[in-house]
Design a protein around this ligand. Structure first.
Ligand SMILES: [Zn+2]
Length: 457
């Protein structure tokens, strides 16, 4: 995709032709082209298909990486030996480079006085920030995982494509994707083109539509984003219908992310064979969505079912970012945790030592006997359970699906909420089942697939 004109080319011939044309228009003797890659890009595919750019030098960023043992040692504290747990890395792409090799590589680039020089790979832009054309070769994590399962890709800087999927996934989750995301965010505003490499030889004809999910209130009738959201500040002004039509000649479906996730669970997960569902996602905020009689509950202003996290459960509670007070979110969400820790309790708690406390820390410290943590765990469980009872009273579901990273502790969370609903909701015990989400990572994606495919039905 051409970032400036918002136009899009498919198939390598067209991409090569367009890039060559662009490069020819750069009026400089020496032209530096950077192709920054997300992890998981298939080197052979990219290299073999971009050989018509008349370059005099093709440099692979990986040639300047540290040696493999050194990289393994560098990432080990984050990846760890544990089967499941690790630490989100603080490493940056530049940390992968060996100073001397990097210097040599940069000298090589300088030596060439004219012609097209291409620097390619994960970290290409980190070694050559000055460039005449910046192409971002992107990959979806979903596709990277499929490639890992087929033993097709390595983690960054190591040769491990034959390693078990779980090992590669963990390495990517805690390290590679964080490193790539950080660099991607830095570069995003300077991209000239984005190369979408998820599928080989994808053609417009093979697509049935475009699905976009947004963490915003969405008018699904007109495909408009209604609420302003920091991450995509201009989304509410964007004409998605026009863009999809002009660029792809395809229909587009936009959905709120919580609603898409609920559809995913309904079709492929914990909501199967049930048409009256409520979903609660516990995380940075508390997201909710409602399916009533097999239809997404929408309401008059498209807010319907989305704001369960902003039902007040404490009329003496703190101000919420929504304008209300004592919301479920202000009582028990990750963004509210630092405030709750500070406000309620004493310095002696181990929680006061944690820079960015999350639910997982609460439960861990509670296990270790920290009194504040134990108290806050009880407080959060109660807040979520009260939220569930309120949603039962509002929407009368048959099942409530609970999602979010903290569901690793579902043995504690589910029975607590189930008991509260059985005891306090205006129904006989067992009428509403409290269940854990089954598609924690991909519910949204699966939901969008269903919504896009529903267009043609
Ligand atoms: Zn609120």
């Amino acid at each position: 995709m051409d970032a400036e004109s918002n136009s899009c080319f498919t198939k390598w011939n067209a991409i090569n032709a367009h890039l060559t044309n662009h490069i020819n228009k750069i009026h400089k003797k020496k032209k530096i082209i950077v192709i920054e890659c997300y992890s998981g890009v298939n080197d052979e595919e990219l290299i073999s298909n971009l050989q018509n750019l008349h370059h005099i030098l093709w440099i692979n960023a990986a040639d300047a990486y540290k040696d493999e043992p050194e990289i393994r040692q560098m990432v080990y504290p984050d990846v760890t030996d544990d089967r499941v747990f690790g630490y989100l890395t603080r490493l940056n792409m530049i940390d992968y480079f060996d100073e001397q090799k990097l210097q040599e590589l940069q000298n090589t680039i300088i030596q060439y006085g004219e012609g097209v020089v291409i620097i390619y790979g994960c970290g290409a832009a980190a070694i050559q920030p000055e460039n005449d054309l910046l192409i971002y070769a992107d990959m979806a994590r979903w596709e990277i995982q499929l490639r890992m399962r087929r033993n097709e890709v390595n983690n960054i800087g190591v040769k491990n494509k034959e390693a078990p999927f779980s090992e590669q996934y963990k390495h990517a989750y805690f390290v590679d994707w964080r490193v790539c995301d950080r660099l991607k965010k830095q570069l995003m505003h300077n991209w000239d083109y984005v190369l979408e490499l998820n599928k080989n030889n994808i053609s417009k004809e093979s697509l049935s539509g475009i699905g976009i999910m947004m963490p915003s209130i969405v008018d699904t009738t007109n495909n408009k984003v209604l609420s302003k959201y920091v991450k995509y500040a201009d989304a509410h002004e964007f004409d998605f219908n026009d863009w999809a039509n002009q660029t792809w000649n395809l229909p587009v479906v936009i959905s709120n992310d919580a609603k898409a996730a609920l559809i995913g669970e309904w079709q492929y997960g914990a909501g199967k064979n049930c048409d009256d569902l409520v979903m609660i996602t516990l995380g940075t905020g508390v997201g909710t969505a409602v399916l009533s009689e097999g239809k997404l509950f929408k309401g008059n202003h498209h807010l319907g079912g989305n704001l369960g996290g902003h039902i007040s459960i404490n009329m003496h509670g703190n101000a919420c970012n929504c304008g209300f007070f004592g919301c479920v979110e202000t009582e028990a969400s990750t963004w509210a945790l630092p405030g709750l820790i500070k406000q309620k309790y004493f310095e002696g708690s181990s929680l006061s030592q944690i820079e960015k406390p999350e639910f997982v820390h609460l439960f861990e410290e509670a296990d270790k006997g920290d009194v504040l943590a134990q108290d806050l765990v009880k407080h959060c469980l109660k807040a979520w359970a009260v939220c569930a009872v309120n949603l039962v009273h509002a929407y009368d579901p048959a099942r409530i699906i609970i999602s979010g990273g903290i569901m690793k502790r579902q043995e504690e969370i589910l029975p607590y909420i189930q008991n509260m609903v059985d005891t306090h909701a205006w129904l006989s015990p067992g009428s509403v089942k409290i269940v854990a989400a089954q598609q924690v990572e991909y519910a949204g994606l699966l939901g969008m697939e269903y919504l896009v495919n529903s267009l043609s039905k």
